[in-house]
Design a protein around this ligand. Structure first.
Ligand code: IDP
Ligand code: MG
Length: 167
């Protein structure tokens, strides 16, 4: 059955100019990219995204990491891959969380490292299961940014919403 996975190219991946390599590796999955954008990560988004790790000693460093504060790159690239077994296929290519134990040919094994602070700097994020994928995708994207209908949604008329418009 088709499923969706959130992929983030983290600030170290962007700083090391790995976007092309990572997307090429992920294309081996033959999955479809159904959304993609650059995101400036706010404190709120970072904390919510990693809420399952909020009690870990490395949490404050992890928030700085995903916000780009460790790499002078305040952005991440967010994508949604869609297709059969999307999560497992992307996680297999990404490799283990710890870049030192990740298979050396995996994305994290090839390009990740452990900082002296102990934080795993591992280049990409991949959702870990279907419910996490849904939670994360709803956090990072709104329905009209995704070219397939992933989850139930409805139209709302939003008044007094402050947003930028072209001149
Ligand atoms: P995942 O990214 O493989 O799904 P999670 O447990 O969700 O792994 O952790 C989120 C991120 O937090 C990791 O990708 C890594 O950057 C960092 N991290 C996780 N566990 C550790 C740890 O034990 N030490 C240092 N950093 C960690
Ligand atoms: Mg995870």
């Amino acid at each position: 059955m088709s499923q969706a996975a959130l992929i983030l190219i983290k600030p170290d991946g962007l700083k090391k100019s790995l976007t092309g390599n990572i997307l090429t590796r992920l294309s081996e999955t033959k999955l479809e990219i159904v959304a993609a954008k650059m995101v400036r990560v706010s404190d709120e988004l970072a904390i919510e995204h990693y809420c399952h790790l909020k009690d870990k000693v490395f949490f404050p460093e992890l928030v700085k990491y995903i916000k780009g504060e460790l790499h002078d790159r305040r952005k991440v690239m967010a994508l949604i891959y869609w297709g059969t077994d999307a999560i497992q296929k992307c996680r297999d290519l990404a490799g283990a969380t710890n870049p030192e134990t990740a298979e050396s040919t995996s994305i994290r094994g090839s390009y990740g490292r452990i900082l002296t602070s102990g934080l795993y700097e591992n280049v990409i994020h991949v959702s870990s299961n279907e419910s996490e994928a849904q939670r994360e995708i709803k956090l990072w994207f709104c329905p009209e940014e995704i070219i397939v209908d992933l989850y139930a949604n409805h139209e709302i008329i939003a008044k007094e919403v402050k947003k930028m418009a072209w001149l």
